[in-house]
Design a protein around this ligand. Structure first.
Ligand SMILES: [Mg+2]
Length: 175
């Protein structure tokens, strides 16, 4: 059975939407996720975001994030054909560990702690596929990297980019 490693933030959990909400609340701005496809607006937003980034260490931050459309159904189907691991660079945010486990239990109950990996670097992860939104995680990956589209990675080239879980389904599951 081939193995797939799946990132959490901005792949399963829509943390960008939550961070935009927090930015708008605390910086008195009015950004919408769609606008961030524009590099000029993205850079403006990113300057504001840096001012609120410390919220990533706040209690509750990772517990109530929205789930990406289609993620639950597709991950479940993937488990019928692959060994699926959730791999999250979570140790940077120690308070997130319990919240992420609870979040996974709520939204992806078929994963379980046995297939959940919380780490720092991901370059020691061995799998056939890694679905992730950050180049730092994909660049040293020895299997097939799949870049999950996000506003902060619009400029990246040279990776196979997936825009949705529907697309992951089409790519990795028999039709
Ligand atoms: Mg991520």
């Amino acid at each position: 059975m081939k193995r797939i490693a799946i990132d959490m933030d901005d792949v399963l959990a829509d943390i960008t939407t939550r961070l935009i909400e927090i930015t708008n609340e605390r910086r008195n701005t009015n950004y919408q996720k769609e606008q961030l496809k524009d590099p000029v607006i993205f850079h403006e937003y990113y300057e504001e975001y840096k001012q609120i980034r410390a919220c990533l260490y706040e209690k509750g931050m990772f517990r109530h994030l929205p789930v990406f459309e289609g993620a639950q159904e597709v991950v479940k189907k993937l488990q019928e054909h692959y060994e699926v691991f959730i791999v999250s660079a979570a140790t940077e945010f120690p308070q997130s560990l319990t919240e992420k486990l609870e979040w996974l239990e709520e939204h992806f109950p078929t994963i379980g702690w046995q297939h959940t990996v919380f780490c720092g670097h991901k370059h020691m992860i061995k799998a056939d596929y890694l679905i992730d939104d950050h180049e730092k995680n994909l660049v040293k990956f020895e299997g097939t990297p799949l870049l999950f589209d996000a506003p902060h990675n619009y400029h990246l080239e040279g990776y196979q980019r997936v825009y949705s879980w529907k697309e992951v389904e089409g790519l990795l599951l028999p039709q």
